[in-house]
Design a protein around this ligand. Structure first.
Ligand code: NAD
Length: 368
């Protein structure tokens, strides 16, 4: 099925899919009930690159609880193009110099940071100081120390901070998270997860340079790292990592490929990798009664689930980003904690910091 579904049809069909696959109760519940269902928050996108314009803007045409009202860009041509396309009032379009003036704009409730990774901290803190709720893309920041500063700034300003871990808001991943809790196939022994793509024109891409926070572990790395954590429902206690760079002139000061092994309590191991050199995307979980997982597991769509004994499971097509932003904005309106708060981003960066130590000094690093 390729047609986009409205929310009601989606929920009905998900229930049907749940019955067909014999899976137990579907965890996707919070969107249905809110005292604030009629209101839409106003959101401003900061950084109008690939993800903002290609995924988030179209998703915001489908959201029920948030609407696109503002843009922040350093490129006047983009301000004109997307301002006209989405009917953004001129007074809601900012650049990076006058961004702080957003504080006096009551139309903008939420600021979504979709900038290169090295800029996440600065713009999260500036948005918090402007009194706006913040959604920040993954990876949350350059390291754990930056994440702590961002969490502190949002706490001080009394605003919400969510990290754009979109998979937590879609049903395949929610099913894997639920299976970690219910263990329908017995104890989990081992997880394998890998996410990468073969990067075209890396010399022109900031994701292949260290200055702006590039590198495979920063770009696709959060997916296998997150998957290892949510597929086990546990936090790793140690990590060993290896990094590879076949052409340091092209991948400038960053990892082209990272492989890492996480150790969890109970002798559970996750063997993971991420790369700009390989088109790969799978999550495999080995448990007492067989293996299950998703292949692929982290795309914007086309995910597919499998269970032991050749069974499979699938859910209707939905817009991950629309769902993510709707749920995040409902939690803001209902004054509930975010499902993917700053602390979730911090947890990943603590592990990435330990991986970096393992690469530099060799051997296993304990995760504190
Ligand atoms: P991109 O390069 O396409 O967009 C970045 C934007 O930032 C551009 O519009 C660029 O003009 C702007 N920018 C402002 N100052 C800049 C500077 N000094 N140098 C370079 N660019 C500058 O990148 P993208 O793929 O849209 O990624 C943006 C963020 O979104 C990253 O953090 C990335 O990890 C994240 N992302 C998340 C997903 C997801 O599925 N959740 C997918 C893609 C990207």
């Amino acid at each position: 099925m390729s047609k986009q579904l409205n929310r009601r049809t989606f929920l009905t069909q998900v229930s049907a899919a749940t019955i067909v696959t014999g899976l137990s109760s579907f965890p996707f519940i919070s969107i249905a009930k809110s005292v604030n269902q009629q209101k839409k928050l106003g959101i401003a996108l900061v950084g109008l690159g690939y993800y903002s314009t290609g995924l988030l803007m179209p998703a915001l045409e489908q959201t029920q609880h948030v609407k696109l009202v503002g843009l922040v860009t350093g490129t006047p041509e983009k301000a004109k193009k997307y301002g006209e396309k989405y009917n953004i009032p001129k007074e809601n379009i900012y650049n990076y110099r006058n961004f702080d003036e957003i504080a006096s704009n009551p139309a903008i409730d939420v600021v979504y940071i979709v900038l290169p990774n090295s800029m996440h901290k600065e713009y999260t803190i500036r948005a918090a100081k402007a009194g706006k709720h913040v959604i920040c893309e993954k990876p949350m920041a350059m390291d754990a120390a930056e994440c702590r500063d961002m969490i502190g700034a949002c706490e001080k300003a009394g605003v919400s901070l969510s990290i754009g871990y979109r998979l937590h808001y879609e049903p395949y991943t929610q099913r894997i998270i639920q299976m970690a809790k219910e263990k329908p196939f017995g104890e989990i022994f081992m997880v394998h997860a890998s996410a990468g793509f073969r990067m075209g024109r890396p010399t022109e891409n900031w994701k292949a340079k260290s200055l702006l926070g590039g590198g495979a572990i920063m770009d696709m790395g959060p997916y296998p790292l997150q998957a290892a954590r949510y597929a086990t429902g546990l936090e790793p206690i140690a990590v060993t990592a290896q990094q590879f760079n076949t052409d340091p002139k092209v991948f400038d000061g960053v990892d082209e490929t990272t492989t890492f092994q996480l150790e969890f309590p109970g002798n559970i191991i996750a063997n993971c990798s991420t790369s700009f050199a390989s088109n790969v995307n799978f999550l495999n979980i080995n448990a007492q009664k067989g293996e299950y997982g998703l292949n692929p597991f982290s795309g914007y769509g086309g995910l597919h689930g499998y269970l032991p004994n050749g069974e499979t499971f699938d859910f209707p097509v939905m817009n991950q980003q629309a769902n993510q932003m709707d749920e995040m904005c409902l939690s803001i309106m209902d004054k509930r904690p975010s499902k993917t708060p700053g602390e979730e981003g911090l947890r990943d960066m603590v592990i990435v910091d330990a991986m970096r130590k393992s690469v530099r000094k060799g051997g296993k690093r304990i995760i504190l």
